[in-house]
Design a protein around this ligand. Structure first.
Ligand SMILES: NC(=O)c1ccc[n+]([C@@H]2O[C@H](COP(=O)([O-])OP(=O)(O)OC[C@H]3O[C@@H](n4cnc5c(N)ncnc54)[C@H](O)[C@@H]3O)[C@@H](O)[C@H]2O)c1
Length: 298
């Protein structure tokens, strides 16, 4: 099957540069009309600019259709405005790439409350601000595709990123619930763990490596996840340098201890924490079913 987004419309946040720009261009290349959102701030999320205009021009130059939006994802009104702008212009909204973001790294004992809040407001609440307004549209259309740009920092941790790692891991929880709420309406929600050479990584990754990490090498995963050809939902897909894979939260089987005490837990610790045979689950009900099945088998 050929991946095609003909007739689809997309909203990509933080699409004025970096990964978001690459996503917007690739979605447009596959036929989607794109609302290019970007507040145009600096790498710490301060200031404003019109970087979205340039990406709109690039899409139009290749024969596509695009509009710019300069709202902040960090406000509820901003999310509303984006969805309304796409609906007013094109009458439907099929794809959301919630991608806007910035960094305010500090070890937690030095982290200002403002830096905690601003990061959560943009990366995590920013996704809610858009999806809250897009969701009724998705239900009405009985169709939607969502990619939430998460991060390895949230999957496994990265020193100095308590605010960012918490927000990015929060997106996994958001995905886990919305994949269930969207299933009946053919609305799929997935998370992306990208690695790419952007201004966000230019001082963190060795220069030689950055040369192999173009954002355009990540974009094909996003385009596929956002296509009608893809029926995956609730997955964490990692993509960098043309390498693609899946990460997941897995659970092992339970270890039953009669009359448990801390000493007995200590004695069984290696068994309790053994991930051999561990697997991901679709929802909470499945975890209960697995639990009761193991009880009745024993
Ligand atoms: N580059 C990587 O390797 C990497 C790795 C993991 C996760 N990410 C995530 O990918 C996303 C894109 O990052 P990037 O590397 O392209 O960085 P980038 O700085 O090049 O692009 C981010 C864009 O988001 C915009 N933005 C910031 N706050 C906004 C707001 N409130 N409203 C609208 N736009 C806003 C910025 O103006 C900027 O253009 C981010 O969510 C980032 O956390 C990037």
């Amino acid at each position: 099957m050929t991946v095609s987004l003909q007739g689809n419309t997309a909203l990509v946040t933080g699409a004025g540069r970096g990964l978001g720009r690459a996503f917007a261009l690739d979605l447009a290349r596959h036929g989607a009309k794109v609302l290019v959102n970007d507040i145009g701030g600096d790498v710490s999320g301060r200031g404003e600019g019109r970087v979205a205009d340039e990406v709109v021009r690039e899409i139009k130059d290749m024969g596509g259709d695009a509009l710019a939006n300069y709202d902040s994802v960090a406000t509820y009104e901003g999310g509303f405005n984006m969805v309304k702008q796409a609906m007013d212009a094109w009458g439907r909204l099929d794809i959301i790439c919630s991608n806007a973001g910035f960094l305010r790294d500090q070890a937690v004992h030095n982290m200002k409350e403002e830096d905690w809040r601003d990061i959560i407001d943009t990366h995590l609440t920013g996704a809610y601000n858009i999806l809250r307004h897009a969701w009724p549209v998705f239900r009405q259309q009985a169709y939607g595709r969502v990619v939430l740009t998460s991060s390895n920092s949230g999957f496994v941790g990265n020193f100095g990123q308590a605010n960012y790692g918490a927000a990015k891991a929060g997106l996994i929880g958001l995905m886990n619930v919305l994949k269930l709420e969207g299933a009946k309406y053919n609305v799929n929600v997935n998370c992306l763990g990208p690695g790419a050479a952007t201004r966000m990584t230019e001082n963190l990754v060795p220069e030689e490596r950055l040369k192999t990490m173009g954002p355009e090498l990540v974009a094909p995963a996003v385009t596929y996840l956002c296509s009608p050809q893809c029926d995956a939902s609730g997955m964490i897909i990692e993509a960098s340098s043309g390498d693609f894979g899946r990460a997941a939260i897995v659970r092992n089987g339970r270890v039953h201890i009669d009359d448990p005490t801390a000493d007995k837990v200590e004695a069984r610790w290696s068994q309790i924490t053994d991930l051999n045979g561990a697997q991901p689950y679709w929802n909470m009900q499945q975890t209960f079913d697995q639990y009761y099945a193991s009880k009745s088998a024993s």
